[in-house]
Design a protein around this ligand. Structure first.
Ligand code: CAA
Length: 259
């Protein structure tokens, strides 16, 4: 099941997934989503999987976001569909029966920060940076960020991150409860293994049920995720989003018009 964009290794029931697009700072494109979906679908009822560690290739980025170059040309309807598919795959991760740890070895921005939050636990290297910079592109988050950031760090801090697009350091992320632990750069995987090795000594049914119960806490009747994918499509279909992506690719400041 190894694809070149998602490297998969296994040792003693722990699966190691490495998102492998270092030239694009491991940005999430369709191929990465296909491979993540295939893995989590295939393992959905495989209780031989004791835990999963997700990381990014190289030392600079965990994941620098959704692949901006891939969605630049989409209209509102296609944008909403892209966002909904990403959300659905991240729900598979969030609801996975065994603990999934994000070993955050660099930038975790936009879809990357959202991926870390879909994981159950987060271990960050000292150099890791977290952010939801979608507003810089004239967009809202698309893979659950507007919902899970509030769940993790509270409304006040989440709104500041979401409205400014500013990045925070791993130390700040620890202080705000966005990550479980900060470790020296390069030790993210070892620390994630140590955490999983502790959890795998516990009762597997209790671990499964604990994950499911904690997820239940956030199960609301108003579906902010549904609003999010619709608003992602709406902002992606706007002139501002075209300008935001063009400015990113041309390496210049965007000139937004509010349209
Ligand atoms: N999509 C596509 N390509 C990306 C990318 C992304 N999200 N992030 C980085 N890259 C590419 C760059 O275009 C560049 O490619 P080229 O060499 O071909 O020009 C390469 O990766 C290296 O990036 P930089 O030269 O920009 O590296 P840097 O060190 O100067 O900056 C960075 C690093 C601050 C992370 C910067 O790359 C950046 O700001 N990236 C975009 C971050 C972002 O906006 N993420 C949110 C995306 S939108 C989203 O995720 C929506 C959603 O929720 C669904």
């Amino acid at each position: 099941m190894n694809s070149s964009v998602l490297l998969i290794e296994q040792k003693d029931g722990i699966f190691y997934l490495t998102i492998n697009r270092p030239d694009a700072l491991n940005a999430l494109n369709k191929d990465v989503f296909d491979a993540l979906e295939q893995f989590f679908k295939e393992k959905k009822e495989d209780f031989g999987v004791k835990g999963v560690i997700i990381t990014g290739s190289g030392t600079k980025a965990f994941v620098a976001g959704a692949d901006i170059k891939e969605f630049i040309h989409l209209d509102a309807v296609a944008g909403a569909a892209l966002s909904k598919r990403g959300q659905d795959i991240f729900f598979m991760i969030e609801n996975f029966h065994a603990p999934v740890v994000a070993a955050v070895n660099g930038f975790a921005l936009g879809g990357g920060c959202e991926l870390t939050m879909a994981c159950h636990l987060r271990i960050a290297g000292e150099h890791a940076r977290f952010g939801q910079p979608e507003v810089n592109l004239g967009l809202v988050p698309g893979y659950g960020g507007s919902q899970r950031l509030v769940q993790n760090i509270g409304k006040t801090r989440a709104l500041k991150m979401l409205l400014t697009g500013d990045m925070i350091t791993s130390a700040q992320a620890l202080d705000w409860g966005l990550v479980n632990e900060v470790v020296p750069s390069g030790e993210e995987i070892v620390a994630s293994e140590a955490l999983l090795n502790k959890i795998t000594t516990k009762g597997p049914l209790a671990i499964q049920k604990t994950i499911s119960l904690v997820n239940d806490y956030f199960n609301k009747t108003v579906d902010g995720f549904e609003s999010e994918y619709k608003d992602f499509g709406y902002t992606l279909g706007s002139e501002d989003a075209k300008e935001g992506a063009a400015a990113f690719i041309e390496k210049r400041k965007p000139s937004f018009k509010g349209k």
